[in-house]
Design a binder for this molecule. Structure first.
Ligand SMILES: Cc1cc2nc3c(=O)[nH]c(=O)nc-3n(C[C@H](O)[C@H](O)[C@H](O)COP(=O)(O)OP(=O)(O)OC[C@H]3O[C@@H](n4cnc5c(N)ncnc54)[C@H](O)[C@@H]3O)c2cc1C
Length: 379
């Protein structure tokens, strides 16, 4: 690839979760021609909100929503905290300090945020005007003389691109990298992610004194229960309560191939068991979701996950995601995904800067670092 083509680099980012969105935002802002691809119908990945509707007794439709993936964003790194506070000032996230009933000593309270009005809003904000192909499941990558092409499961092809960045769980990235970067593919295939079965339920409104609960996973299949309607900006249909209940990783792994009906019955019973004795639940709506790749298994710092992103300049390939972003920062979840996506954008931009340094006017201002850029325009 010539340095001219790299100045106006065409970049494909595959995966529009928080890692891909953060990476794409930084690269677009730096003037690169970025295109995002995601197999889902919307952006946000595991920062997701599910809608449900069902007929009431009078035939009218009742609607409810559930944040059925990530529950909240916890900020540990000072820069990420600052970015979240700016996002809060701009109305993109709201602080959430849930009253948590825990079976364990109370966990360390960190700043906690939820995007408004739904979980995907943060990724959507970051993506802005960057072009996104939704419903585009990349099945394989093709490399030829003029660059990379991405090929979907239904055969559509997009490209060429100078760089392809993968922002998805490791097992899925491994499939796309096989034959192009076998060492990375093998390393990613060895990284374990834990599954999570999630119950989304609507009951009658209840006088429950908590916003969330961390049950004792030695006694309950559940590891987390939240009153979704008590989170900032959320609500429930009149007279009802909306619940999101995540099963523990161990229970979910043991029931990975169980039928949704059996899982729904077991988790409903577990939720009822956490409520005050004698509470008779009226179920207005119930559904379950299986997250095959929910969170990186602990400890995530295996030998292959020892940096926050991977970048191969010769091939024009990069990898980011939550399973890498926690390596150096003991961060996890959304923060780790953000760190990894931001670090990959910075690494790629630094590589392009390096290659074009000779052509750059001497008085050019230094590039703003990605983590400073993050949501800067929201300030
Ligand atoms: C049940 C659950 C609870 C959680 N709770 C929390 C929490 O409370 N706090 C927290 O910080 N984190 C939590 N997490 C983790 C958090 O959601 C993730 O760490 C974070 O969202 C990961 O972002 P990501 O961009 O790395 O990956 P993802 O969000 O998984 O994004 C990857 C994207 O790639 C797309 N994709 C995959 N393969 C392809 C393909 N072949 N072609 C096209 N697109 C593809 C997917 O559709 C997806 O949109 C939770 C996760 C789950 C599942």
């Amino acid at each position: 690839m010539s340095s001219t083509s790299q100045v106006t680099a065409r970049v494909a980012v595959i995966g529009a979760g928080i890692a891909g969105a953060t990476c794409a935002a930084s690269l677009s802002e730096a003037g690169l021609a970025v295109t995002l691809f995601d197999k889902a119908r919307g952006t946000g990945g595991r920062m997701a909100t599910r809608r449900a509707e069902w007929p009431a007794a009078d035939g009218s439709l009742v609607r409810a929503e559930f944040d059925h993936g990530a529950q909240h964003i916890q900020a540990r790194h000072p820069r990420f905290k600052a970015a979240m506070r700016r996002a809060a000032a701009a109305g993109i996230v709201a602080a959430w300090a849930p009253r948590v009933h825990a079976a364990w000593p109370a966990p360390v309270q960190r700043e906690s945020w939820v995007p408004l009005p739904q979980m995907p809003a943060l990724a959507r904000h970051l993506i802005g005007e960057t072009p996104v192909h939704l419903g585009f499941q990349v099945q394989r990558l093709q490399r030829s003389g003029d660059g990379w092409r991405v090929v979907s499961v239904d055969g559509s092809t997009e490209g060429p691109f100078d760089q392809v960045l993968l922002a998805m769980p490791p097992a899925q990235a491994a499939v796309l990298l096989a034959g192009h970067h076998d060492r990375w593919a093998d390393g990613l295939a060895a990284l374990r992610m834990e599954p999570c079965w999630t119950l989304m339920a609507v009951t009658q409104d209840l006088d429950w004194p908590w916003d969330a609960c961390e049950p004792d996973i030695r006694r309950s299949p559940l590891a987390w229960v939240a009153r979704n309607d008590r989170k900032p900006g959320r609500s429930a249909p009149s007279g009802m309560a909306t619940w999101v209940a995540h099963a523990s990783a161990a229970w979910s792994a043991a029931q990975l191939e169980a039928s949704p009906a059996a899982v729904q019955a077991a988790l409903s019973q577990a939720l009822a068991a956490l409520l005050p004795m004698g509470t008779k639940l009226q179920w207005h709506h119930r559904a379950v979701q299986r997250w095959r790749y929910a969170v990186p298994a602990q400890p995530s710092a295996t030998s292959v996950a020892d940096s926050e992103c991977w970048w191969d300049a010769r091939r024009g390939l990069g990898v980011c995601g939550d399973f890498l972003g926690g390596a150096a920062a003991s961060a996890g979840g959304v923060e780790a995904a953000w760190r990894s996506g931001d670090e990959l954008a910075d690494t790629l931009l630094a590589a392009l800067d390096h290659e074009t340094a000779a052509a750059r006017p001497l008085d050019e201002q230094p590039r703003v670092q990605g983590q400073e850029r993050f949501l800067a325009h929201a300030a």
